[in-house]
Design a protein around this ligand. Sequence first.
Ligand SMILES: Nc1ncnc2c1ncn2[C@@H]1O[C@H](COP(=O)(O)OP(=O)(O)O)[C@@H](O)[C@H]1O
Ligand SMILES: Nc1ccn([C@@H]2O[C@H](COP(=O)(O)O)[C@@H](O)[C@H]2O)c(=O)n1
Ligand SMILES: [Mg+2]
Length: 490
Amino acid sequence: MPDKAVDDAMESAVGAHFSGLRLEALRLPAPSGPSSPSSSTSAGAAAALANGLAHAGADVASPSSLRQPFVIGVSGGTASGKTTVCDMIIQQLHDHRVVLVNQDSFYRGLTAEESASAQDYNFDHPDAFDTEQLLECMGQLKRALPVNVPIYDFKNHRRCSERFRKVNASDVIILEGILVFHDQRVRNLMDMKIFVDTDADIRLARRIRRDTVERGRDVSSVLDQYGRFVKPAFDDFVLPSKKYADVIIPRGGDNHVAIDLIVQHIRTKLGMHDLCKVFRNVFVVQSTFQIRGMHTLIRDRDITTPDFVFYSDRLIRLVVEHGLGHLPFTEKQIITPTGSVYTGVDFCKKLCGVSIVRSGESMENALRACCKGIKIGKILIHRVGDNGQQLIYHKLPMDIDERHVLLLDPVLGTGNSANQAIDLLRRKGVAEERIIFLTLISAPEGIQCVCTRFPKLKLVTSEIDTGLSEEFRVIPGLGEYGDRYFGTDN
Ligand SMILES: Nc1ncnc2c1ncn2[C@@H]1O[C@H](COP(=O)(O)OP(=O)(O)O)[C@@H](O)[C@H]1O
Ligand SMILES: Nc1ccn([C@@H]2O[C@H](COP(=O)(O)O)[C@@H](O)[C@H]2O)c(=O)n1
Ligand SMILES: [Mg+2]
């Protein structure tokens, strides 16, 4: 493994795994009152982030060392289906790492005087938007900070002064609006530009319907606005910006093929965690909202012990099932009740679990639930004194050298205990490639430590965290796992 690749992956993994969770875990102050996106919330977030990152290591203290999110711009004429297409992309992706920002949110609110003659206001001219604020907001998101995006009311042409939409930093940001390709500074933020190209007659028909149904207009005012402002501005600003597009989607939301292709592309960009690209023996359980939700619960310091145990057990079972999927199999044919032959596989029989005491014992139930009658050994690593010396006690199956071993420890921090345990297994004759190390959360430092030393074992985890604090605690982490699971934390 080239050292440079490891260093790069460690740097980006420690500093830049864009999970909203990291920010949540730093317990951001709640949004406070109407303000621009750079308001107190963001300042608090910045402080919290800097504070949290300082704990995570020198490399991550500077926001500039964070990996940049992938920004997709979506433009097109009014009612071309931009918002619809973005909603479809987000629905299909079904991934919490994607957020949508609408240029509409940055419409300047009209003054009382302007409101009185709103029919004469040109909402399709670039000056109708507060582009500076949009840039500031996007800059914050690119620096992995959450923002409060204004909420715009099309009926009275004003921003809701009381309410904001909180947008968390994410791996993918979709920015949509009629003029998002107009300003070069906004364009420069984008890694991919999509233009939604829908026939003008269809757009006008949709606009009439939408504006009369949703935006409190009558047909005659829509037609008047369209002729005076919307169409001329489309010809002057929107259409000329089409040349910047990387992808043009004819027919908007009706074009399922184009949307599928874009979704595939974003999925590739979201890709794997950087550490999985470097360490081929690391496997992260595919994230879903269920998994994310369970992590949110067990990481919450206020959760009750029964709930902590319940959701931990659910997550552990997923990790165990994933780990079992890495065992070798043999083909097996059976006869079904319909008399048909079904060609399937037979489970690997020679396996055992080994828990690293004490927290690893919390994973035993899930393992037993998945593998009936499985033998489970134990390893206790006891630190003696301050000189780093460690005593190891163990109780392992006699024939462990003939088995595949599922090594259990819910939190991989520095990797020191794991390495001690794996060393012991190796001394007992277990082949490295027969060890599957199962953890709930892992620090990048621990992954590097274990996977560099034992490149042939497999490490399965459900989330990779930001890093280690100065006290070697996983950040954001979930505290003392064993104490929380066994209810001895108070
Ligand atoms: N493919 C489609 N077929 C029918 N109606 C559509 C389609 N795409 C969008 N619409 C409707 O047209 C209107 C404008 O679509 P929207 O996505 O809001 O466009 P934009 O954001 O580009 O202005 C909305 O009322 C929406 O429900
Ligand atoms: N108060 C406002 C603000 C904007 N508009 C129109 O909205 C269009 C942009 O939104 P799309 O979803 O259609 O892209 C733009 O064409 C403005 O004319 C408005 O009517 N009233
Ligand atoms: Mg829209």
